[in-house]
Design a protein around this ligand. Structure first.
Ligand SMILES: O=c1nc2n(C[C@H](O)[C@H](O)[C@H](O)CO)c3cc(O)ccc3cc-2c(=O)[nH]1
Ligand SMILES: C[C@H]1O[C@@H](n2cnc3c(N)ncnc32)[C@H](O)[C@@H]1O
Ligand code: SF4
Length: 327
């Protein structure tokens, strides 16, 4: 069972979309929306401890909102990708491998940030047209599929996944998994697929929708293991699932775990302590990995500015894990 030691940087909670389940997105008008300044980001990066990954998360395309454009301009940028590049440079200088999830962005934007990232992510969520996405143009499955394909064309090691319990049917889950398998067959860049259960958030439209039953998550994981090629890891978040009971169905990864920052998307769900994780999965072994999987390190698919750091960390992990076998 693998995991990545990360720190979570929620760069902005402004967003052009409005997903009915999301408690992360906030509005300037309500006094809760923000765009972090470089100084704020720096202060999080400086608390990194032994983390090796910086997870940059965003609401989508804030340039398309008036408040977003204004706040970016105040920092001296006209595009979020330009700002992200500077944040990635800060992370790399401090020994962190960037993994960015900006939501749906254009091919040229993706290309511009690739050199500064070890890997990137975008949840497909579902191929179905659902009510929870009716105010979210960026959740059109065609756009998401296109972006995941673009990442493949650019040889970006990629994380995607399904969000379970947002109004999709079982047949939609199967179709979504088959779609990811199809894309991977063409480009070979998917390193992991997250099976993420919906968790209700106070004050959102889906605040009283039920969480998916454990049996449903187990069913999706089991189908994922059958539909996806063996080389793709299946990830479940350890703070939202009984991951130890899913090992037999094919879960091999717990994603990013932070000792410093909380899960800003699911703030009500604290990260488990590593020692507890180890006990829970025994006799299986918990093993640290990087934001980019070994296969893609061998292929040299990381961005050029994270190459040296990636190789150094890969060596270090290999040395640590030889003999010891754990940690
Ligand atoms: O690419 C993504 N990575 C997500 N990750 C990152 C993921 O866990 C790891 O950082 C990747 O596995 C890196 O390879 C999360 C990490 C958290 O700590 C909390 C939530 C997420 C959610 C996502 C996500 O939606 N997309
Ligand atoms: C970072 C990822 O978190 C997921 N996400 C957004 N809102 C929720 C929620 N209420 N419960 C679980 N996951 C959520 C989205 O799929 C996003 O891509
Ligand atoms: S889930 Fe992502 S895209 Fe949807 S509203 Fe929240 S921040 Fe925006």
């Amino acid at each position: 069972m693998t995991y990545s030691k990360n720190i979570f940087i929620p760069v902005t909670n402004l967003c052009r979309n409005d997903c009915a389940y999301c408690g992360f997105k906030k509005r300037i008008e309500d006094g809760e929306g923000y765009l972090m300044s470089p100084r704020e980001v720096k202060s999080i990066l400086d608390q990194k401890g032994d983390a090796k990954e910086a997870l940059f998360t965003f609401g989508e395309r804030i340039e398309e909102t008036e408040a977003g454009t204004t706040l970016l301009a105040e920092l001296g940028y006209s595009k979020m990708t330009e700002y992200l590049i500077d944040l990635c440079k800060m992370a790399i200088e401090r020994g962190l491998l960037p993994h960015s999830n900006m939501g749906v962005i254009e091919y040229d934007d993706l290309r511009s940030i690739k050199p500064y990232n070890a890997s990137m992510g975008l949840m497909l969520e579902t191929t179905a047209k659902i009510k929870a996405h009716e105010r979210s143009p960026g959740k059109d499955p065609r756009l998401r599929i296109e972006m995941i394909e673009n990442a493949g064309k650019l040889r970006i090691p990629f994380t995607t996944g399904l969000l379970i319990g947002i109004g999709e049917r079982r047949s939609d889950r199967i179709e979504s998994l088959k779609e990811i398998a199809r894309i991977h067959e063409e480009y070979g860049h998917i390193q992991e697929v997250i099976i993420q259960p919906f968790h209700p958030k106070k004050g959102t439209e889906m605040a009283s929708s039920p969480v998916p039953a454990f049996e449903e998550i187990r069913d999706v994981v089991t189908m994922a293991r059958k539909i996806l090629p063996e080389e793709i890891a299946i990830q479940v978040p350890p703070n939202l699932t009984s991951f130890e009971k899913l090992i037999e169905c094919g879960v091999t990864d717990l994603g990013g775990i932070s000792c410093v920052t909380m899960d800003y998307i699911n703030p009500e769900a604290p990260w488990p302590v590593l020692e507890e994780l180890k006990e829970k999965i025994a006799p299986h072994i918990l093993k640290e990995r990087l934001a980019i999987y070994p296969k893609f390190i061998r292929k040299g698919w990381m961005g050029e500015y994270v190459r040296d750091l990636t190789l150094r960390y890969a060596d270090e992990l290999e040395d640590d894990q030889r003999g010891k076998g754990t940690d």
